[in-house]
Design a protein around this ligand. Structure first.
Ligand code: 3SL
Length: 240
């Protein structure tokens, strides 16, 4: 298995044929997606922009639908949900299809939607992702970090490194690029201080300024959920 890590969706090569892609947005989109599916949501459908979300959600029965939108860390006014994992409780999301757009995370998922196998990864569901890769044994994997508005984000890269570190315990891996080696080194250096790293990261500081410090603790919770958000149709994630 050969694994490439990309720090942002823009760094993903225009051509290439991976067998599998893992999209990561630890703060907070893929953490919230994992939480929603663990809480019994029927599916999460992801969109890069509000217009596409509105068009698609209008085709779906309103009583089975929730619309989630985040920009700049805050809920977009008029939407049912923002992007805090605490909003995705069983009472709120069970049986619902969630139409979601976020600043970076849903765009990372959109970027890889044509790859044969797509999964959303976060620290909270790390082992599920590792087990999935070990069982599937794809020849080429892209780990695509959401980053923040085109820039590197520590929390996503450390999660990429965590996947590599834990997968390496199960099998031999080939590193496809230097970013993969750097991600592994970041995780090896900081695996005992994941919450501190998230608080230190620029987006962690942005969320703290918005009052979302409990989210940082939650998003740093390694393996707190056993759920695999897996693409079942382009842009649609269900519990695999
Ligand atoms: O960038 C994103 O997609 C979000 O996860 C950002 S936030 O954590 O909701 O601010």
């Amino acid at each position: 298995m050969k694994i490439f890590v990309y720090h942002t969706p823009a760094l993903v090569p225009a051509v290439g044929n991976p067998d599998c892609a893992i999209a990561i947005d630890v703060l907070r989109a893929t953490t919230s997606i994992a939480t929603a599916l663990a809480s019994g949501a029927e599916a999460i459908e992801v969109f890069a922009d509000l217009e596409a979300l509105e068009q698609a959600s209008a085709q779906y029965p309103a009583e089975l639908t929730l619309k989630a939108a985040e920009r700049g860390g805050s809920k977009v006014s008029g939407y049912d949900l923002g992007n805090s994992p605490f909003e995705y409780s069983e009472e709120v999301v069970k049986g619902k299809r969630i139409f979601m757009t976020t600043t970076n995370g849903t765009r990372a998922l959109q970027r890889v939607k044509d790859v044969p196998h797509v999964v959303a990864g976060a620290l909270v569901n790390l082992q599920s992702v590792v087990n999935f890769l070990h069982d599937l044994d794809p020849a080429v994997v892209w780990i695509v970090c959401a980053g923040w508005e085109g820039n590197f984000a520590l929390e996503d890269t450390v999660c990429a490194g965590a996947i590599l570190a834990h997968l390496q315990k199960l099998r031999n891996l080939a590193f496809g690029n230097d970013e993969a080696i750097a991600a592994l080194a970041l995780y090896q250096q900081s695996h005992n201080q994941l919450e501190e790293l998230l608080r230190y990261a620029s987006h962690g500081q942005r969320l703290a300024r918005l009052g979302a410090t409990a989210d940082l603790t939650y998003c740093a919770g390694l393996n707190s959920l056993y759920v695999l958000p897996k693409q079942s149709a382009p842009g649609v994630l269900t519990a695999g």
